[in-house]
Design a protein around this ligand. Structure first.
Ligand SMILES: C[S@@+](CC[C@H](N)C(=O)[O-])C[C@H]1O[C@@H](n2cnc3c(N)ncnc32)[C@H](O)[C@@H]1O
Length: 254
C-alpha cells in the first residue's frame, strides 16, 4: 500500500482528478493506494484562516506562512514519510524517479502557491523538491497529480493490463512505437502490413525499429544512454539513412 497525502489550498482539484482517473480509482478500491488531500488552511490559527503574508525584503506577491503548513504536515508525519515539495527548483520528474517513488510506503506532496513557501518550511521539514519541468505554474497541484499518476502506474494491480507499462515510452530507454486500431484504412492511410501478418518476430522488430525511429526523431539524446545490440545498431543506421538521406545526423554522431 502506498499512501499519498497532498498538502494544498485547493483539495478539490486533487479529488476531481482522482475521481476520473481509472487506474487511481482501481488502486484505491483494491487497497493498493490511498490518496488524501489535506487543506492546510484548516491548520491556520488565524481568525481569518490566513495562510499567506507579504515577503520580507519586499517584492511582488505573497508567501505561504510557515505555521499552518508545518502544523498540517507534522500532524500526519510518521518515520516512514518521504516529504516532497512540488517546486520548479527541484529535480525533474521522470520515469526512473516515478518508479523509485512507487517503492515507498508514504509520500507527502506539498503544493505551493503565490510566490512560494517560506524557506523555513523547507529547512525544518527537510525532504526533497520535484519539478514538472522548466516552467512556472500557479500552484503545485498539477505536478503533485503528475507524481501520483506516474508513480501509481508502477504498482501492480492499478493498471488494466499491468504488462502494458513495460512497453511504454522510457521503460526500455526508448520512446514507444506508433499504435493503430480499426479502421484498416482511414483517409487512404493504411495500417502497416506487418501488423496484420501475425508474424510475431517481424512485428517485434517493426516495433523496435519504430521505437528507435521515434527516439531518433524526437529525443536523440536518449540513444546515447543505451547499449545498443547489433540488431538495434543496424536499425539505427537504416533509420538515419531513411530520415536524413544518408547525411550524418549531427545530434546522434556528436
Ligand atoms: C508561482 S509558483 C512559485 C515560483 C517561485 N516563485 C519560483 O520562481 O521558483 C507557486 C507554486 O507552484 C508550484 N510550481 C510552479 N511551477 C512548478 C513546477 N514547474 N514544478 C512543480 N511545481 C511547480 C510550486 O509548488 C510553487 O511553490
Amino acid at each position: 500500500m502506498l499512501r499519498f497525502k497532498v498538502f494544498t489550498l485547493v483539495p478539490d482539484l486533487i479529488s476531481a482528478y482522482i475521481e476520473s482517473a481509472m487506474p487511481l480509482k482501481r488502486g484505491i478500491q483494491k487497497n493498493l493506494l490511498e490518496i488524501q488531500a489535506v487543506n492546510f488552511r484548516d491548520f491556520s490559527e488565524d481568525r481569518h484562516k490566513k495562510v499567506d503574508d507579504t515577503a520580507y525584503g519586499g517584492g511582488p506577491g505573497m508567501v505561504i506562512k510557515p505555521e499552518p503548513l508545518i502544523k498540517a504536515v507534522e500532524t500526519y508525519q510518521t518515520p516512514k514519510t518521504r516529504i516532497i515539495f512540488m517546486d520548479p527548483k527541484g529535480q525533474k520528474l521522470d520515469h526512473d524517479l516515478a518508479k523509485n517513488l512507487s517503492r515507498e510506503e508514504e509520500i507527502f506532496l506539498i503544493c505551493g502557491k503565490y510566490e512560494g513557501i517560506d524557506q523555513r518550511v523547507y529547512d525544518i521539514l527537510g525532504g526533497e523538491m520535484i519539478s514538472l519541468g522548466d516552467f512556472v505554474m500557479t500552484g503545485g497541484e498539477l505536478s503533485a497529480l503528475a507524481v501520483i499518476d506516474s508513480t501509481s502506474r508502477f504498482i501492480e494491480g492499478t493498471m488494466d493490463s499491468f504488462e502494458s507499462k513495460d512497453e511504454e515510452s522510457f521503460s526500455e530507454g526508448l520512446l514507444e512505437y506508433p499504435h493503430y486500431t480499426r479502421p484498416l484504412v482511414f483517409r487512404e492511410k493504411k495500417v502497416p502490413d506487418v501488423l496484420l501478418s501475425g508474424h510475431h518476430e517481424n512485428i517485434r522488430q517493426w516495433k523496435l525499429k519504430n521505437s528507435l525511429k521515434n527516439t531518433i526523431k524526437n529525443r536523440p539524446e536518449l540513444l546515447k544512454l543505451l547499449n545498443l545490440k547489433d540488431l538495434e545498431t543496424g536499425f539505427v543506421k537504416e533509420i538515419i539513412k531513411e530520415l536524413y538521406n544518408g547525411n550524418k545526423c549531427r545530434t546522434i554522431n556528436s
